[in-house]
Design a protein around this ligand. Structure first.
Ligand code: ARG
Length: 565
């Protein structure tokens, strides 16, 4: 369906044309004076210079020539030359009825579906998920669902950090603790045990212990680096331990993401890119895209238009080791070969922006991805505590995501428990659902690139721009509809009549914006705009609810119409 704002604009554009002005001046926007009107057009002001006329004259002229008037209800020219528009309520009601009949609720989706790969989540295997991983998961999941809703084909890849130094650390610590395991016996040629020699709980203790020791103990660190090297070069025992780490850690990650209601299609990781590296390096060298720089291999990515220095993208260290950029370039080769994406979207901490600028430029320059493939970096800001500093536990450590979720669930449970009328189990279940909404909405409602303050009290409040407030509104709506249907009421369309109530009309106009908001949110990869919309819509509904008798309305036609909204 066409957007309601475009329908209004078409009517105004016709009038501009009839009055002898160019249609392009007829741009309509939402009103920034909602007390005066609902939509506005400032085209008369823009045209004043060109047509050498006072803006107010043009505005009046346009209004006089307005002949097709369906969506435009009242229209007025005001000094210095604004055109203020109020929508015809009956036409808005018709629009809502058409939305109701439309399978996409008025959202048509794209005519040219794209293949989109999304890279988000990005947890590091064997390290617990921390609050920093929340944003990528929440924003990524939202954009994935939105892209699918728009009709695109999307593959969500978690892109595990599964190939780094943390693996060497764990292998080293395990060897220290249990040197008799067959993985560390160089003469062993038999099969390794199926079962991992550790549980997830143990693994989560082993990693920080190893990491702390490596910081103090030079020899230990050397050994961990060597173990990393052995793993990356196919050592049998190290590979077997690595497989155990993967198996134990990935099943734990799956559980955690499932709790967040976040789902990936691909559980690939940095390790999957390794097979592509040798050929890539070879090609970068022979085709002259990369050159040696103090023993390392780099690709220059500086462009003339840059205002600041963009250092080269390093693809190999002087000792032959790969780097983060090497893996990301090789992953692009794999993605190109397997999925031919039109667009790849990375949702990663904004502090990694430079890395992605380098990787994207290097990939284009070296022909790893075609020129027309769109590569987008969507960087997100930090979740801060109430002190404005990165969110920490009370003890000052990194907050585990699991604990954060538990904390918010607990807070929610306290609130429910204070005046609960349901069984304990039911209250716990509700606290979980509402708690998750508090967390996800609290995160998603902030513009991705901005830092934000995580405030449990605010996020779990049933008032204000919060997940619980939105859910509360939905429950209120469902309860009205249930009561209506239980007493034999039948759902039908809005009744087209004279004299809509102000709150009723305001709610209709909010609802009618659905397609526009969804399209904009996708185009701009800005899911927070959907949150802002849901909040406005909820406010419009609650105002309507408070000002209108719905179920007790005596005029049957009106009542049907209210229910339909
Ligand atoms: N594992 C990385 C981290 O924790 C994030 C990975 C982001 N994705 C990528 N393709 N580099 O910082």
């Amino acid at each position: 369906m066409k957007r309601i704002i475009d329908l209004i604009e078409e009517e105004i554009a016709g009038a501009f044309e009839k009055a002898g002005y160019d249609r392009s001046y007829a741009r309509v926007t939402l009103s920034n004076r909602p007390d005066l009107c609902e939509y506005q057009c400032n085209g008369a002001m823009a045209g004043a210079k060109v047509y050498k006329k006072a803006p107010i004259m043009i505005a009046k002229d346009v209004i006089e020539h307005l002949s097709d008037k369906k969506y435009i209800g009242e229209i007025e020219a005001v000094t210095p030359g604004f055109i203020n528009i109020k929508v015809c309520a009956a036409s808005a009601a018709e629009y809502l009825n058409a939305m109701k009949e439309d399978a996409g609720l008025g959202l048509s989706g794209t005519g040219s579906p794209q293949m989109i790969v999304m890279d988000y989540g990005g947890p590091n295997v064997a390290k617990p998920l921390h609050v920093g991983h929340l944003r990528s998961a929440v924003i990524g999941e939202s954009i994935k669902r939105l892209a699918r809703k728009m009709g695109h084909k999307v593959l969500a890849d978690i892109h595990l950090g599964d190939w780094g130094y943390q693996m060497g650390l764990i292998i080293t610590e395990l060897k220290e603790r249990e040197p008799d395991l067959p993985y560390f016996d160089e003469t062993y040629t038999g099969d390794y045990p199926e079962e991992a020699p550790f549980t997830i709980g143990e693994l989560e203790e082993i990693y920080p212990a190893a990491s702390a020791r490596a910081r103090e103990d030079e020899a230990y660190r050397e050994e961990a680096l060597h173990a990393t090297y052995l793993l990356q070069n196919g050592h049998r025992g190290c590979t077997a331990v690595w497989k155990h780490i993967m198996q134990v850690s990935v099943s734990d990650l799956k559980k955690n993401y499932q709790n967040l209601n976040v789902e990936f299609d691909l559980w690939k990781g940095e390790s999957d890119a390794q097979a592509y590296i040798p050929d890539m390096i070879e090609r970068l060298k022979t085709e002259g895209h990369a050159h040696a720089d103090q023993g390392a291999l780099v690709i220059d990515v500086q462009e003339e238009s840059d205002t600041k220095e963009i250092p080269p993208c390093m693809v190999q260290k002087s000792d032959g080791a790969s780097l983060y950029g090497t893996t990301d370039l090789a992953t692009l080769i794999q993605r190109e070969a397997d999925y031919h994406p039109d667009h790849i979207i990375y949702i990663v901490d904004k502090r990694q922006e430079l890395h992605f600028v380098q990787v994207f430029r290097a990939a284009k320059k070296a022909g790893i991805v075609p020129e027309e493939t769109k590569l987008t970096f969507l960087g997100f800001g930090t979740m801060n505590g109430r002190d404005g500093k990165p969110f920490k536990t009370r003890e000052g450590g990194v907050m585990r995501l699991e604990n954060l979720i538990a904390e918010i669930e607990d807070e929610m449970y306290q609130k429910i428990a204070d005046n609960r009328t349901v069984e304990e189990q039911e209250a716990r279940k509700t606290a979980k659902t509402v708690g998750l909404s508090a967390l996800r909405y609290g995160d998603l409602s902030n513009q991705a690139s901005k830092d934000y303050i995580f405030d449990v009290d605010r996020f779990t409040s049933f008032e204000g721009n919060t997940g619980p407030y939105i859910l509360y509104t939905i429950v209120r709506i469902k309860s009205i509809l249930n009561k209506y249907q239980e007493s034999g009421g039948v759902l039908c369309g809005l009744r087209i009549r004279e004299g809509f109530e102000a709150a009723e009309k305001a709610l209709m106009l909010e609802a009618a914006k659905y397609n526009e908001v969804m399209e904009t949110a996708f185009e701009e990869l800005a899911p927070h705009k959907i949150c802002a919309y849901i909040y406005d819509l909820s406010n419009a509904f609650n105002r309507f609810y408070h000002e209108t008798k719905i179920l007790s309305e005596e005029d049957g036609e009106k009542k049907k119409s209210y229910i339909a909204i």
